[in-house]
Design a binder for this molecule. Sequence first.
Ligand SMILES: [Zn+2]
Length: 197
Amino acid sequence: MMHPDTRLQFISPAVGHGVVATKAIPAGTIVWAPDPLDRRLTAGEFAALPDLMKAEVEHFAYADQAGNRVLAWDRARYVNHSCAPSCVSGGYDCNVAAVDLAPGDELTDDYGSYLPVEMPCACGAPGCRGIISRARSAGLVAGWDARFIAVFPRIGQVPQPLWDLVASGDRDGIAAALAGRSAVASIAGLIGTLYGD
Ligand SMILES: [Zn+2]
């Protein structure tokens, strides 16, 4: 689920709706974590859906580590892509604010790490890649990791209302890295698992 200090808001005719902060959210805050109401569809369950539903699910779902499609039940499904996102992920199943978010700031994510299909991009960010493609993601891992590692220490310094939703294995991994007992997990591991590399 999304951080409680966020809401759905109309962004623009081109973009549609997105998720914005309703209060200040400091960098390092976990802004999304999986929860039990998110609907996980196996490949077989997805294939059995009527075509009309497939199109909707494909539009809003992301791929999880086991290759399922996951449809977030809440406004998390409306988080938009940006090639210069305000939120980042590492090798843990959660999403973290990379910058201090002020009320009204949009929470965006880079779909390149988990989108199972290619998608054209017109996000307007400086350096927009023009296309979001898993095939081009390998060269982006170092940049994603660098942003995540830069903000990582703040995870232990700011309020974390979503902490209990983070999977216990990821909580342990984050705590160990914050304590310096292990390295911060790279998103490369997550991408490899997602696509069976
Ligand atoms: Zn873009």
